[in-house]
Design a protein around this ligand. Structure first.
Ligand code: NAD
Length: 266
């Protein structure tokens, strides 16, 4: 399967180039960056530290996608929506790991997914997706007797807070407890804000240095505490998950899928 990568010079872009080169069934055929990026015209392999590939970084996604079956996009919601528009017009599949979509932007993604198959997941790691499953089970077993708090840590360049993964963790727990995440999520405590409610799910964020990504969900009861944690040591497992999603998309009908679909966890 022929793969193009958008945002090829980014933190995830370079790891995605390595992951696609390592995946037996995938062939890298194109790489793009934003217009004006200093590495336009350079060899994508050299930029990623993967050796010369003869694939030059372009700023023309439509021309790049002519030679590709699927696009891997780890950029930002507004960019992803433009990329989906191009891919839907050309009938090309999309795997996107971008995070920070508003409900309105997510609805737009769903529209494009009526035309082409799309995998959209805020976290492509197998371990995090296993955590989603464990969180659902833990919440069902522990019920309303435990206070739930989600804490996430990321590097100081991350643009969205809380992370898409933390939000998904909060949603998974809320769904399992029969609560509406948007109503019970509490992102901010300051001053005399009163006692914690039984229903709320605290969402706390730490930013600093080069932390790749850490998430812990606390279930805090009287006299005991359960913590379900995931720590990412490098970006490679996100990239390998995206490569796996490309392979899984082969032959799929249009629709919006996530990593739980890819990993058969539903
Ligand atoms: P980054 O800023 O290092 O990389 C983004 C790249 O996209 C940059 O090189 C930028 O120039 C490029 N870009 C911006 N606009 C563009 C355009 N119009 N056309 C082409 N390229 C464009 O960011 P990053 O750390 O690699 O993260 C990218 C995204 O991936 C973020 O949304 C982040 O939250 C998400 N992410 C998801 C996962 C996951 O598993 N789903 C894991 C890590 C990061």
């Amino acid at each position: 399967m022929k793969v193009a990568i958008v945002g090829a010079a980014g933190r995830m872009g370079s790891r995605l180039i390595h992951a696609v080169l390592e995946a037996e069934e995938l062939e890298l055929t194109g790489a793009t960056e934003r217009p004006g990026h200093p590495q336009i015209g350079m060899d994508a392999g050299l930029v990623a530290g993967a050796g010369e590939l003869g694939i030059l970084i372009s700023d023309d996604l439509a021309a790049t996608m002519v030679n590709a079956d699927v696009l891997i996009d780890f950029t930002f919601p507004d960019v992803t929506l433009k990329n989906l528009h191009v891919c839907a017009e050309l009938g090309k599949r999309v795997v996107s790991g971008s995070t920070g979509f508003t409900p309105e932007q997510r609805a737009e993604v769903e529209k494009y997914a009526e035309e082409v198959p799309v995998v959209l997941a805020p976290n492509m790691s197998v371990g995090v997706n296993a955590c989603f499953k464990l969180l659902k089970e833990a919440a069902k077993i522990l019920g309303d007797g435990f206070d739930v708090e989600v804490v996430e840590l990321h590097h100081n360049k991350k643009k969205d807070s809380p992370s898409g993964t933390a939000v998904r963790m909060g949603e998974v727990v809320a769904e399992a407890l029969g609560r509406d995440y948007n109503r019970v999520a509490n992102y901010h405590r300051e001053g005399l804000c009163g006692e914690r409610t039984k229903e709320e799910i605290g969402m706390q964020t730490v930013r600093g240095g080069d932390i790749v990504g850490e998430h812990t969900v606390y279930f805090i009861g009287m006299g005991e505490r359960i913590e379900i944690s995931h720590r990412a040591m490098s970006r490679d497992m996100f990239a390998r998950g995206a490569a796996r999603a490309c392979q899984w998309l082969n032959g799929k009908e249009p629709g919006l899928y996530d990593m739980q679909d890819v990993l058969g966890l539903k």
